[in-house]
Design a protein around this ligand. Structure first.
Ligand code: TRH
Length: 381
């Protein structure tokens, strides 16, 4: 590959799938966004089978393929003779580069920019650590690049024209898509809720509230462990849940796990979204709807600090009572308590307006891929 100058850089993004979909979810999105900015991108992935549900066009048996303008390569190929590192090498989430790569990188006349792309956090220290260098053997410098929620961080992944496309997705489009793509008929007056979470969220208090509530609730649950938990809680089989199960005011449906781009449509089609991890959490913010975050659990409850840090920035500007209600709800959801849907529901109109404002605020900032490109260019000059 020949470098075409600083306009088009050659990027190597390394992704190791630890668990679930978040590692590849973030890397796949970023790789496509870099490619959309005219960059030449190789995405090295150690587990193509975990990647496939997010990108159905991917053939997990093929060690090398081009998808959405990105060269997707099975990780072991990186050790092959003659593979030369590009201008920018990203190790996502501190994954360790293939053993031969630091030496291959050091051997290049112009040393590649080596970036460790970190996990997303709203904690204040992130802005102080963003962009810091850590010298490595062979004259290489490794930089810590933190995504984040303000201009002192690396920003968030965001496709061009995302907010325009989302704003055009009205109720008619939503109900049509739900019916034709997911086979779910949504009553016009139903509150539509999507639920993507880790295995054991405290479902029972929510189900009780939805079943006994005045407003019809349509609950849509992508395939995964929660489907089994929900089926058990409702006393039905997973197969019955796929057909739709009604109890009182609640109708619950499991829905297929859709491609990553289509998942946006599910979020946009709902009035409230339960999301988790990192990427779906960010997508729910771009969806500009009220949300609840099931955060990835960490040792010693370190994740709760992250949760509180996000709540502090996200809820700024809301009345104290609304802040308390949302905070209580999220903490109960994450700690196995009893999330109070009835209390939250009172605030939904205000939270919906707030979510729009938050998305517009984030939209005013530069996105992660654009920040990475300008960071890399500055280091290479
Ligand atoms: O799957 P996650 O929990 O991922 C993670 C991992 O646990 C990871 O190890 C951890 O470090 C990280 O979170 C913080 O949640 P996440 O990040 O939301 O990723 C899910 C991806 O799946 C996201 O890209 C959206 C996508 N998705 C679809 O493509 N289709 C679907 O139907 C659904 C429900 C999700």
């Amino acid at each position: 590959m020949e470098n075409k100058g600083l306009g088009e850089l050659r990027w190597d993004v390394f992704c190791q799938v630890i668990d679930n979909y978040g590692d590849i979810g973030v890397c796949w999105r970023l790789a496509r966004q870099l490619a959309a900015l005219g960059q030449s991108v190789r995405l090295w992935v150690d587990d193509l089978a975990s990647f496939a549900p997010l990108a159905p066009a991917l053939d997990p048996q093929r060690p090398r393929q081009r998808l959405a303008g990105v060269d997707v390569v099975h990780w072991p190929q990186a050790e092959a003779a003659g593979v030369e590192p590009g201008d920018v090498v990203i190790e996502a989430f501190a994954c360790t580069l293939p053993a031969s790569w630091p030496a291959r990188m050091a051997a290049r006349a112009r040393k590649p920019v080596w970036i460790n792309l970190e996990y997303l956090s709203a904690e204040a220290w992130v802005a102080d650590c963003h962009g810091l260098a850590s010298p490595q053997p062979g004259g290489l410098g490794k930089y810590f690049f933190f995504p984040g929620f303000n201009a002192r961080t690396g920003g968030l992944p965001r496709e061009a024209a995302l907010s325009t496309r989302r704003a055009a997705w009205d109720d008619v489009a939503a109900r049509h898509w739900l019916a034709t793509r997911l086979g779910v008929n949504a009553a016009p007056d139903a509150l539509r809720v999507s639920l993507f979470a880790y295995a054991d969220p405290p479902l029972a208090p929510l189900l009780d509230a939805w079943i006994a509530g005045e407003r019809p609730v349509l609950l849509l649950v992508p395939q995964g462990k929660v489907v089994r938990a929900l089926a058990a809680a409702l006393g039905v089989t997973s197969q019955q849940l796929a057909q739709g199960v009604t109890r009182g005011a609640l109708t619950a449906h499991s829905v297929p796990f859709v491609a990553q781009d289509e998942y946006d449509l599910l979020l946009w089609s709902c009035h409230f979204n339960f999301v988790r991890g990192e990427d779906s959490f960010v997508r729910a913010q771009w969806a500009a709807r009220p949300l609840a975050w099931h955060i990835y659990p960490q040792q010693d409850d370190a994740h709760l600090d992250k949760l509180e840090a996000f709540l502090a920035v996200y809820l700024t500007g809301l009345p104290a009572e609304a802040v308390q209600t949302v905070r209580d709800f999220w903490l109960a959801w994450n700690r196995g308590g009893a999330p109070d849907w009835a209390a939250l529901a009172d605030w939904l109109p205000l939270l919906a307006a707030h979510a729009e404002g938050w998305a517009a605020h984030l939209d005013g900032q530069r996105d992660l891929a654009a920040n990475l490109v300008s960071f890399a260019r500055a280091k290479l000059e």
